[in-house]
Write a protein that binds this ligand. Structure first.
Ligand code: A2P
Length: 316
């Protein structure tokens, strides 16, 4: 499988298993099944509320010797209520404990948003911390410190716009090695890809299949269903593949990593098998035309309400 290379030569497998929305009682089997069937990249986060169960799967698979810890790329993310510099390493240590690991391959600042430490999802404006109180570069420096301490091999960010990346570039000594953002044919983000490539930042695309299992509260009424897109389905038929496989292959061919979520054994296998397909130039041209800047994950209603200091979280 194609890999993404980091500055020190470390390599991250392009296709990983996503675990956002994976129910705790299903995720353990999903991760175990994935690792036994060739996945070597698992994407986690503290806020997904299932790192304990993901950790049980790691424990099982690593202890029986079938798969070695050092052969698997594990990513996790710092939640928004631990942005104060003194809170970053304790939050990371909790994640390591839950995942039953002694280091992460990659740790990301999950969102460019800071909450009060005691709040998981704010309901009132007072439960946010302003970026003047807890600037992003301060949180970023604490992530760099975690790397220095050997708790993580690489550090990066998630949901950062080019504007926020530029801000970090001006204020800090070291740039993120990864930016994890929403990427799929309806949200291709070519400008962000170009910026990241120029500055040596790798990209991971989340919600590559259109994230259809979000709760109704997170969905717009008229939301387009990516897996049902006609062009994607036509290309899938032509290659004897499924629409999901075309979406994953497209992401991989763009040079990004991609983390489709599934807790279904057959679909977990199917998603990794996408690497065996090829897309033709005309397929890529047709998919390029599908871009309509459509975000499934808007950052609201969880963090952004009109008028609060984060109401333009993506700077667009
Ligand atoms: P399930 O977990 O039951 O397989 P995203 O990665 O964009 O967030 O999308 C995840 C959603 O896509 C989940 O509802 C997941 O359901 C579904 N899914 C994952 N793989 C496939 C596939 N190969 N075909 C169809 N749906 C899939």
């Amino acid at each position: 499988m194609r890999t993404l290379e980091f500055k020190n030569g470390d390599k991250m497998p392009a296709v990983g298993l996503g675990t956002w929305k994976s129910e705790p009682k299903k995720v353990e089997n999903a991760v175990e099944h994935a690792l036994k069937n060739g996945y070597r990249h698992i994407d986690c986060a503290a806020i997904y509320g299932n790192e304990n169960e993901v950790g049980n799967a790691f424990q099982k698979v690593f202890s029986n010797g079938n798969v070695k810890r050092e052969d698997v790329w594990v990513t996790s993310k710092l939640w928004n209520n631990a942005h104060k510099k003194e809170d970053v390493i304790p939050a990371l240590k909790q994640t390591l404990k839950d995942l039953q690991l002694d280091y992460l391959d990659l740790y990301l600042m999950h969102w460019p948003v800071a909450f009060s430490p005691e709040v998981t999802f704010p309901e009132k404006d007072e439960e946010f911390l302003s970026l003047e109180e807890v600037p992003l570069h301060e949180t970023w420096e604490a992530l760099l410190e975690a790397k220095k301490q050997g708790l993580v091999k690489h550090v990066g960010v998630s949901n950062f716009s080019t504007k926020k990346l530029e801000d970090l570039r001006e204020k800090t000594s070291e740039m993120p090695e990864m930016n994890q953002v929403e990427l799929h044919p309806y949200l291709q983000q070519n400008d962000l890809i170009e910026y990241c490539s120029k500055h040596g930042i790798n990209l991971t695309g989340y919600s590559p299949l259109g994230s259809g299992d979000r709760t109704d509260a997170m969905k717009a009424d008229d939301e387009p269903i990516l897996l049902e897109n006609e062009v994607i389905n036509k290309i899938a038929k032509k290659h004897n593949a499924t629409p999901a496989q075309i979406l994953i292959k497209w992401a991989e061919l763009r040079g990004t990593a991609v983390i489709p979520k599934s807790t279904n054994e057959g679909r977990i296998e199917q998603n990794l098998q996408s690497v065996g397909y090829q897309l033709e130039e005309e397929d890529l041209q047709e998919i390029a035309k599908l871009d309509k800047h459509y975000r499934y994950v808007k950052g609201n209603p969880q963090f952004v309400t009109e008028g609060n200091s984060y109401d333009n979280i993506f700077d667009e």
